[in-house]
Design a protein around this ligand. Structure first.
Ligand SMILES: Cc1cc2nc3c(=O)[nH]c(=O)nc-3n(C[C@H](O)[C@H](O)[C@H](O)COP(=O)(O)O)c2cc1C
Length: 256
């Protein structure tokens, strides 16, 4: 078994890696943007992990699934979505798409993790709260792995009820946010020191350094990685100001 993940701030990477380590320590967990993802795609059994975005799949994940449509026939796929608060059918969205290509969805897990939207004050939590959320996430993932080893695969987000919850809870009102990449990334060039971290880390190659400063194109998948890594907090997307940069590693290590 192998895993492919999209992860802006490290949550989905951690969830995929932990589950895979519990189930198959020899398996590989690779980022969706890497060349390795294509090699891993060949495996018969896969974990696919990504952050919930407006109760939907990030566009980059949707594009990856569609682009490699021929690869899914008969493949066993277990889906993990991580979320800040509410997912509805975060796993179900990918499950329905993958089934169209003939994939066999073995199950789904929807895991609450620290929120990655770091330019929205309302979503900010204390270090203690985030650390507690991570510990609970780890407990749930290891518990799920135990069940999966017994052949009992969790089915979170895959029911009709979850579908309705995702649809009416969020997706209907925010559907247009995830139907494509966005061009809404904002860079405060006066604050920017031209370090290039944003461009070097963007999974969608949406940023280029031109004359020493980053320039954003229209290919942002809203993962918040550049926003969370910028040393000058010069990048925003949904909000106007960065309140706290999100990072799984920092939340996990801060109080542990
Ligand atoms: C653009 C955007 C939309 C999001 N929408 C939701 C949502 O609908 N429900 C939710 O619970 N969390 C939502 N989140 C939070 C992320 O899903 C959550 O923090 C996730 O664990 C981030 O994972 P990552 O570090 O792997 O990118 C959203 C985050 C972003 C950036």
């Amino acid at each position: 078994m192998n895993a492919i993940y999209l992860s802006g701030t490290g949550n989905s990477k951690h969830a995929a890696t932990l589950l895979l380590n519990c189930l198959d320590p020899d398996g590989r967990a690779v980022p969706i943007e890497s060349e390795d993802a294509l090699a891993v795609l060949e495996s018969e059994e896969l974990i696919i992990a990504y952050p919930t975005q407006f109760s939907n799949i990030p566009y980059m994940v949707r594009e990856f699934i569609n682009k490699h449509g021929d690869s899914w026939k008969g493949k066993k796929v277990f889906l993990i979505t991580t979320m800040g608060l509410f997912s509805g059918d975060g796993t179900g969205c990918a499950a329905r798409l993958l089934r169209k290509y003939g994939a066999v969805i073995t199950g789904g897990l929807q895991i609450k993790m620290p929120d990655s939207v770091c330019d929205c004050k309302a979503l900010k939590k204390t270090a203690e709260q985030n650390n507690g959320i991570i510990k609970e996430a780890d407990r749930r993932i290891t518990e799920a792995a135990k069940l999966m080893k017994e052949g009992k695969y969790p089915q979170e987000g895959l029911s009709v009820f979850a579908h309705l919850a995702g649809l009416f809870g969020q997706r209907l009102w925010f559907y247009n946010k995830t139907t494509g990449y966005t061009d809404k990334l904002k860079i405060d060039t006066a604050r920017c020191i031209g370090c290039g971290l944003c461009a070097n880390n963007c999974p969608a190659q949406n940023l280029k350094i031109v004359d020493g400063k980053p320039v954003a194109s229209d290919h942002c998948t809203m993962c918040y990685r550049c926003i969370s890594k910028c040393p000058k907090q010069a990048i925003t997307l949904l909000g106007k100001e960065v309140y706290e940069q999100a990072s799984y590693e920092r939340y996990a290590n801060e109080l542990s």
